[in-house]
Ligand binder design. Structure first.
Ligand SMILES: Nc1ncnc2c1ncn2[C@@H]1O[C@H](COP(=O)(O)OP(=O)(O)O)[C@@H](O)[C@H]1O
Ligand SMILES: [Mg+2]
Length: 233
C-alpha cells in the first residue's frame, strides 16, 4: 500500500465558486481540511483491512468516510436526472446497519416498498442525510423494545413522489408533535435535537414538504415526505 501525502484541492469536482477567491474562505477551507482528514482515516482503514480480524471494521470505516465525503460534496456528481429513491434508501439502510453494528441488543429490519426508477429532485448526499436522520430516530425510538421494523413506502403522483417512513416504536406524544422540527428540540437529554431540523431544511430546499404523525390504529411514528420529481428532459 502506498501512503499518499498530497492534499486534496478544495474545489475538485465542484463547480467553480467565485466567492472562494475573494470573500469568505470558511466553507472551502473546511471542505479542504475535512478531505485531508478523510484521506488519513481511509489510509488507516486500509492498513486495518490487511488483517482479516479487522476487515469488517475497516469496511465500516470506509463506508463512513464515503458518507462524510458525499456530505461535504467534494465527490458529489450532481446528475440532472436526480438520485434514485431506491439507491438513497439503500445507502441510508447501510448507514443504519453500520450504526447498529456496535449497539448490541437492537435489531431493526428495514422493509422497502419502493418501485424502481423513482427519482428525486436534488442531490444524493442531501437525500441520504434526510433518510439517515429519519432511520436513526426510528431506531432510537425502538431501542427500548430491542428494535422493530422501519417501513419505507413510496407513491408516485403526477409531479411529486410521496415517501412514508413508519416505525414500530412508541410514537410521538401529541404534545410535542408541533415542536419536533424546531432546531434544538429533543427529548433525548444528551442529543442536540438537530436531526429533524436538518430533515426539514433539506426537504424544503429541494421543493418538498415533510410532516410527522402517529400510525393509525397502532404504535409507531410515521413521517411523510412529498418531493419533487426531476423534470423530464
Ligand atoms: N421515530 C420517532 N419516534 C418517536 N419520537 C421521535 C421520532 N423521531 C423523532 N422523535 C422525537 O423528536 C425529537 C427531535 O428529533 P431530532 O430533531 O432528530 O433530535 P434528536 O434525535 O437529537 O433528539 C426527538 O428527541 C424525539 O422526541
Ligand atoms: Mg435525531
Amino acid at each position: 500500500m502506498v501512503l499518499r501525502g498530497e492534499v486534496t484541492p478544495a474545489n475538485e469536482g465542484r463547480p467553480s465558486d467565485e466567492s472562494a477567491s475573494t470573500g469568505d474562505l470558511t466553507l472551502p477551507g473546511l471542505v479542504h481540511d475535512l478531505n485531508n482528514v478523510f484521506e488519513t482515516i481511509s489510509e488507516a482503514a486500509e492498513l486495518l483491512a490487511g488483517d482479516a480480524q479487522w476487515a469488517a471494521l475497516a469496511a465500516t470505516i470506509h463506508r463512513s468516510v464515503d458518507r462524510g465525503r458525499r456530505m461535504v460534496g467534494c465527490y458529489a456528481v450532481q446528475s440532472m436526472a436526480g438520485p434514485e429513491l431506491e439507491d438513497v434508501i439503500e445507502r441510508a439502510a447501510t448507514f443504519l446497519k453500520d450504526f447498529l453494528t456496535h449497539m448490541t441488543g437492537t435489531k431493526v429490519k428495514v422493509v422497502r416498498r419502493i418501485p424502481s426508477g423513482v427519482r428525486l429532485q436534488g442531490s444524493l448526499s442531501d437525500w441520504e442525510r434526510v433518510f439517515m436522520n429519519l432511520f436513526l430516530n426510528a431506531a432510537q425510538a425502538m431501542r427500548e423494545n430491542g428494535g422493530g421494523e422501519i417501513t419505507v413506502e413510496s407513491r408516485l403522483m403526477e409531479e411529486t413522489v410521496e415517501v412514508q417512513v413508519a416505525d414500530t416504536g412508541p410514537g410521538i406524544p401529541e404534545a410535542i408533535l408541533g415542536k419536533i422540527f424546531k432546531p434544538r428540540f429533543s427529548t433525548k437529554s444528551k442529543q442536540a435535537g438537530l436531526g429533524l431540523h436538518i430533515v426539514h431544511t433539506i426537504v424544503k430546499d429541494n421543493g418538498g414538504t415533510v410532516s410527522a404523525a402517529n400510525r393509525e390504529g397502532g404504535r409507531g411514528a410515521v413521517f411523510t415526505i412529498t418531493a419533487q420529481v426531476p423534470a423530464a428532459d
